[in-house]
Design a protein around this ligand. Sequence first.
Ligand code: ADP
Length: 492
Amino acid sequence: MPPDIHRPALLREHNFIAQQWRVAASGRVYTVSDPATGLDFAEVPDSGADDARAAVDAAHAAFPGWRARTARERAQFLKRWHALIIAHQEELGRLISREQGKPQHEGRGEVLYAASYVEWFAEEATRTYGDLIPEPVRGKKLMVVKEPVGVVAAITPWNFPAAMIARKIAPALAAGCTVVAKPAEDTPLTSLALVRLAEEAGIPHGVLNIVTASRANAPAVVDVWLADPRVRKITFTGSTAVGKHLARESAGTLKKLSLELGGNAPFIVFDDADLDAAVEGLMASKFRNGGQTCVCPNRVYVQDGVHDAFVGKLVARVAALRVGPASEPDSQIGPMINARAIEKIERHVADAVANGARVVTGGTRLRDSQRDGPHYYAPTVLVGAQAAMECSCEETFGPVVPVTRFHDEADVVREANATPFGLASYFYSRDIARVWRVADQLECGIVGINEGALAAESAPFGGVKESGYGREGSRYGLDDYMHTKYLCQGQL
Ligand code: ADP
């Protein structure tokens, strides 16, 4: 039992299937480790195909009952769940920081962010309006109603263990769908704790099911869901490679899909920008969760006239960031999630330097007596980054800012768009015509204009191109869990 989790009831180390906390059918477990120390601190089921199938059996059996409830009843459940999440903000925040590594204030903040989706969809549940369409000929009525798609499989990543699962489960339940979920192998405990609170909030039998699995066994679980015709939708946040696999494999039963995949966000600072605001925005968007977010700027373009001044201000801020475990309350950058993550960061920085970029601050893994874990990387600024470097082509997912100097607006927009990805983009400018021109041309789902903090439960979150499709949050988010049924009544 981790000593810093005050309410033992919130720590669950079992699957939740058909309203029961169960071990894996095989009896196998895998360990969850603390990224701050690399030490194991919990064990959860290493589930397989049998567990995945049992979860679908339960969700499928529960679907008719759940969809038959009024939207108001479903909303009431979500409101109770929301209240319990808020009441356990501290414990959940600590659990997030413990298994994921983010600083304490970010862990607590993520709980509120996750809860905001539950509240939003509690409210939206009652607004799934249909339409009455003016009849083209006399004697008919044309109507449109929205229906829940059925059983939804939710597969989530490790970087926001509470928010990612909440913003999938909440709209699914609001719409009248039932759910089978698999959290990321690195961070299953927060998801299990949220499901425990859903149980306390009175979720009916079989409506919400969750199974955990190691990375090696993730395909065994998910493949069952991909092949099962009873699963009508897959909602996934994670890498583009896995997203494409899910799209291919779910084609056999033509499931509805929401894919929130990788990004490669550009952050453009024009000569006419408010430089202090741009530095502030970059700090907020880049270093949240140590740079391990899919919307965080990955490529920073700064125009000639302000390049040196911007880099000077940025480096002063980056060099002052405090790196350390979440157990130290003033930490601003935690450990990276695992060895794979830190190796990628090292590879990207080494490649950039080998190809002519210069490290202005950081550029190394950290190890000292305070930071004795294996996964700390110094916040880093590189100048002279170029388009062909690995750090410009794919997400580094760490506290590294590669800066590229540019001269011309049209060139930088072209370069910003020269990626298969299209999730978030940011730019800073005080020229009103440029603001509209650039916002219009950026190929992405989300644009920050003189703003680094974009996420809100009331706004649509999602990408274009190989960043995926579907939207989470907002009034658009519920449609992803419903289909549109047309009713035509004649003989009137
Ligand atoms: P990351 O590289 O950030 O871990 P992934 O896309 O690999 O992102 O993981 C996101 C989620 O997808 C996790 O829940 C993980 O277990 C799951 N996953 C990984 N590989 C597969 C796979 N081959 N089939 C199904 N799910 C997978």
